[in-house]
Design a protein around this ligand. Sequence first.
Ligand code: CO
Ligand code: CO
Ligand code: CO
Length: 320
Amino acid sequence: MCGLIPEDDIHRVVGFDLGDDAGVYLLEDGTALVQTVDVITPLVDDSRQFGRIAAANAISDIYAMGAKPLTALNIVTFPDNCLPLTVLSDILQGGLDACREASCALMGGHTLRDDEIKYGLAVTGIAKADKIVTNAGARPGDALVLTKPIGTGLISTAIKRGKAKQVAIRAAVKSMITLNRDAAGAMTRVGAHACTDITGFGLLGHASQLARASGVTLVIRHEKAPLLPHVLELAKIGMAPGGTKNNIAAYKDKLRLPKKFERVMLEILFDPQTSGGLLIALPEEKASHLLRLLKRLKTPAAVIIGSVTRKRRGVDIILE
Ligand code: CO
Ligand code: CO
Ligand code: CO
């Protein structure tokens, strides 16, 4: 986005400015069009699973804004000189599986030759304009709820280096293929002030963006953050992916840490996620209702990880 200054348009109500999940364009009849695109490289061995994960990851930005996915287009790069085309069709089949589950019509797409496999979707969703949830609405007194455990970045690095245990791989895949549909449905039903999904910037990176966009400070209780199996061990043996360091560097200045905070825990909290959960800010008195719904819907996690306080100058997050 660097250097891109979009022209002002009265229809464009949410854009690049505050680092929100998707762009929102208002139509004349009060319908909001929500658009996003996301492409990733393989992180599991099974092609169909990878396709499903990449699609769930792309659709997630629609759910994070309280919208429903409507249509999607495939974007795929593929080295057809060294891999059989069945790999490509398996990836696309996985994407179709996720779109079907999301009741999102896959309209086509575009394939390019490249040395590396990459796959994702451009997705369009809709919502009533007044039902859109952005990352900018969190208010002091809100509770912060997270709907998936973290650690997919550590586990995918461990897969690449042959260090991941089956139980960790299975749990990560299960969480990543799970759509944020149910979590978003519950959020819409209960009513939330703000939301974002947890992806490349990690839990604390996306939480920082929400804090900045909302003009508040978040208090996050690190021991409440739900972790995928073996994530702590993997962090201890140096499985943090390259993105973690960049995330820490980008957000640490406005992060207040407890005394003697362990580096591995920081790496986990900044672990880049693929198809991560929703971080939802909502009035504290509504939080138990949301947790009840999330548990009934069996979202991969359903925990209060902290709260929202008034803005402390120069501080996005107070970690406890
Ligand atoms: Co997002
Ligand atoms: Co995205
Ligand atoms: Co084309």
